[in-house]
Ligand binder design. Structure first.
Ligand code: UTP
Length: 405
């Protein structure tokens, strides 16, 4: 049987015969799909997530610690970096749909104090600053997607890796999953191939394993890995305080948070459920949890996850061998219909399935939570305008570097 015939049979067997296969490329793509997984994801769509037995978590507020203690923690972190036991991983496989930038989000340009800078460039500047301070090039691993990998690699090459030695920068590609329409059917994209999308930032663990990044880290005796987003101008990728504090608290994972600005802010919040660490995404948080306050009127579930995560290498290994759940997002996507016409939908028409990095937290009994400050730690670029846009993020970042200068 030819590949084309094989693909047609597979589609027929799995209720996807609306996809007409007439070339080898498409056939090969179809033969690689995991139809059981696709069916399971769609069948779980309307499953309600239960939030019973949730309780708030305790964060460490550095403002309440003595100065000497903070210095001690920072020293511990610094020593780990100097011993070359620390690496950074950047999650850059997202599609940045809300921002609407053409190309990988890290190639988005912002004007900082009248100078144009790319998001990737700002990250590299932070690593170069660490090199100056600790005399160590910190290995940096960048997770890309099959959609944006070649563009990301080309971008770094064209920009001469922004002065970072290229042997310390490595891109690896995360896994994809098909988008499904509202009836659970596969979708054809403008390139006449099945429309795929990266499987969420929680895909970092299995992708690191598959691409032998964890093995490489172990070979290099790396013990601690900071995993952060590409789009937070204020992210501290080389966070000596978080590192030293985590080592002192003897936990295998840690995160830096900020307090939610208001109950409706679109961030995930950290809590405990049945003694496991959990982050409840803003799209899934029940009203009573969102609005719960203590006797002083402070939000009970206000500790927000801002994608600043620290993992011990052992924790990475554990997370990479465990199955993580998928969350479904209702999205808008262009597609080619059965009459071969391009359709640009006006409202959400598909489901995208994503793993979230913070779902790995529940694999561990304990976590170190360090409370940061919005003005110093969180300037995300999510939307093209309004809240969490380039404009708001640049303002925060400029104010921070001016204050530091
Ligand atoms: P978001 O979930 O905010 O996604 O990513 P996004 O791609 O930036 O934007 P939208 O939702 O499409 O508008 C948070 C971080 O996780 C990364 C992003 O690149 C960003 O650094 N991410 C997201 C991945 O690495 N892979 C994914 O599949 C999704």
């Amino acid at each position: 049987m030819s590949k084309i015939e094989e693909a047609r049979e597979l589609l027929e067997k799995n209720g996807q015969a609306h996809i007409k296969v007439n070339n080898e490329e498409l056939a090969e793509q179809i033969l690689k799909l995991d139809f059981n997984k696709i069916k399971t994801l769609y069948s779980r769509l309307n499953k309600k997530i239960k939030f019973e037995n949730v309780e708030p978590v305790k964060a460490i507020n550095p403002d309440k610690l003595p100065r000497e203690q903070i210095e001690e923690y920072k020293q511990i972190g610094e020593d780990i970096i100097k011993q070359k036991k620390f690496a950074v991983a950047i999650m850059a496989g997202g599609q940045g749909t809300r921002l609407g930038h053409h190309g990988p989000k890290g190639t988005f340009k912002v004007k900082i104090n009248n100078t144009d800078k790319y998001l990737f460039e700002i990250i590299i500047e932070k690593l170069l600053k660490a090199k100056k301070e600790y005399n160590v090039y910190i290995p940096c691993y960048i997770m890309t997607s099959s959609e944006n990998n070649s563009e990301t690699v080309r971008f770094f090459e064209e920009n001469n890796f922004f002065g970072y030695p290229k042997e310390y920068l490595k891109c690896f590609i995360q896994e994809d999953l098909p988008l499904l329409d509202e009836d659970g059917k596969l979708i054809l994209g403008e390139d006449k191939k099945i429309k795929l999308a990266s499987e969420g930032n929680g895909g970092i663990f299995c992708s690191m394993k598959k691409n032998k990044i964890i093995a490489e880290m172990k070979r290099k005796n790396i013990e601690w890995i900071f995993i952060g987003a590409v789009d937070n101008l204020l992210a501290k990728y080389v966070d000596t305080l978080l590192l030293g504090l985590t080592v002192s608290q003897n936990t295998k994972i840690a995160t830096r948070t900020v307090i939610k600005s208001n109950p409706c802010e679109k961030v995930g919040v950290i809590c405990k459920q049945n003694n496991k660490i959990k982050v409840v995404e803003y799209t899934e948080i029940p009203e009573e949890m969102r609005t719960a306050v203590n006797e002083d009127g402070e939000m009970l579930f206000g500790e927000s996850h801002i994608m600043c995560n620290l993992f011990n290498i052992k924790a990475l290994e554990i997370a990479s061998t465990n199955k993580m759940k998928y969350h479904a997002a209702h999205k808008k996507t262009n597609y080619i219909d059965n009459n071969n016409r391009l359709v640009i939908p006006k409202k959400e028409n598909c489901y995208k399935f994503e793993k979230f990095i913070f779902d790995s937290f529940e694999l561990f009994d304990d976590i170190t939570i360090l409370r940061g400050k919005r003005a110093e730690d969180f300037a995300p670029i999510k939307n093209s305008e309004g809240q969490d846009s380039p404009e708001t993020a640049i303002k925060l970042y400029e104010a921070y570097i001016t204050k530091k200068a």
